[in-house]
Design a binder for this molecule. Structure first.
Ligand code: ATP
Ligand code: LTN
Length: 333
């Protein structure tokens, strides 16, 4: 392990995982697991920045873990754990909060968007969310953070905070690099192809979940928004079709050109029917493995316990350094 570069990433258990999370994040993590020392976290502390029902949060936390593994993450190779199990995350977040300027947080697009949605009951956690995210990353001295491009701004702040701490005290944190996959990494909503497919969207026809059954997938694709042009083209003028070609390509491995050629002269019906099959077949092994894992809770428990133990050791080491440099006296008992 020793010399391997470190990767950290996480997903909030704020809803069931969509094919956006799968294609944009988790599937890419799998490719990194042999080469890097990877920490993949289920960020439940982040999830409560919007109100959660306790029993749903509990269920989804375990399901996200099972979906990480079903997608191909191997607990023998990577560290899988739950954020709230390693208290250093919340502790470092406090120190970083005290070094983050209000102006920096005010600029965050995710905060602006999410606060627009729930103006009535804005909580301070939603505002300071990026400081907690910085803490996740910096505790493990991560070299790189694989995320979708919506997270770039948060990562920029993590880098600024790391530099700020290093300059104010002395070299403590690695400066993490974003690892954002190329074009097509952003899967759009099936009902509104101008906005990102999101697990907390109100309209369930807008997303496909990893655990959706074939019938549901067929229905959602059938209802997906298209246009009146009637030709399968990969074009910005046809955002619905463009998004579906992207999904098709991501699941089948065929290029956009190949797909467009295949459906020349065909209407949208045939294309959509085939796309549904491609998704169903692509997700089948993941869904089957997911169900198998969910029926073995003892195994899942063992995975997250072992993960937390490992994460805890690494995180404590960084936190102790931070506390010492900050000027907190060491406890002697
Ligand atoms: P929420 O709706 O609760 O804000 P989300 O579905 O946007 O959540 P996150 O938990 O915020 O998902 O993100 C987890 C990871 O999945 C991040 O790396 C994010 O960039 C990626 N991701 C989320 N949605 C998409 C998408 N539609 N396309 C590509 N990547 C995505
Ligand atoms: N904000 C991230 C989730 C997240 C994360 C992290 C991602 C929380 N902590 C640390 C990478 C590294 C999101 O995807 N919404």
């Amino acid at each position: 392990m020793g010399d391997k570069k470190v990767i950290f990433s996480g997903v909030q258990p704020s809803g069931d995982l969509t094919i956006g999370n799968y294609l944009g994040a988790i599937r890419n993590w799998v490719d990194l697991q042999d080469e890097y020392d990877c920490y993949y976290c289920i960020v439940d502390l982040h999830a409560i920045t919007v109100p959660q029902v306790a029993k749903d949060l509990r269920r989804r936390t375990l399901e996200v873990l099972a979906q990480y593994m079903a997608a191909g993450l191997d607990p023998e190779k990577v560290t899988l754990f739950v954020q709230s199990h390693v208290s250093a995350h919340a502790e470092l977040a406090w120190v970083l909060n005290c070094m983050t300027y209000m102006g920096e947080l005010n600029r965050m697009t995710q905060f602006k968007e999410k606060s627009r949605k729930s103006e009535a009951n804005l909580n301070a956690g939603l505002f300071t969310y990026p400081a907690l995210m910085a803490s996740d990353i910096l505790l493990y001295q991560a070299n790189a953070v694989p995320v979708g491009d919506d997270q770039k701004q948060h990562l920029e702040l993590a880098r600024d905070l790391a530099n700020r701490f290093n300059n104010r005290y002395s070299d403590t944190f690695k400066i993490p690099e974003p690892l954002i996959s190329k074009v097509g990494a952003r899967i759009m909503d099936l009902q509104d192809p101008t906005s990102k497919m999101s697990k907390s969207s109100e309209n369930e026809n807008g997303y496909i979940l990893i655990k959706d059954d074939p019938k549901t997938i067929k229905r959602k694709i059938k209802r997906a928004v298209t246009d009146s042009i009637g030709e399968v083209n990969y074009s910005d003028d046809q955002p619905g079709i463009k998004n579906m070609i992207t999904i098709y390509s991501k699941f089948s491995g065929e290029s956009y050109e190949e797909i467009v050629n295949k459906y020349k002269g065909e209407g949208y019906g045939k294309f959509k029917g085939d796309l549904a099959e491609v998704i169903i077949e692509g997700l089948r092994p993941v869904r089957e493995r997911f169900e198998e894992l969910m029926s073995n809770k003892d195994y899942l428990e063992n995975v997250y316990n072992e993960g937390a133990k490992k994460a805890e050791r690494v995180a404590r080491k960084t936190l102790s350094k931070v506390y010492r440099k900050t000027g907190f006296i060491k406890r002697k008992y």
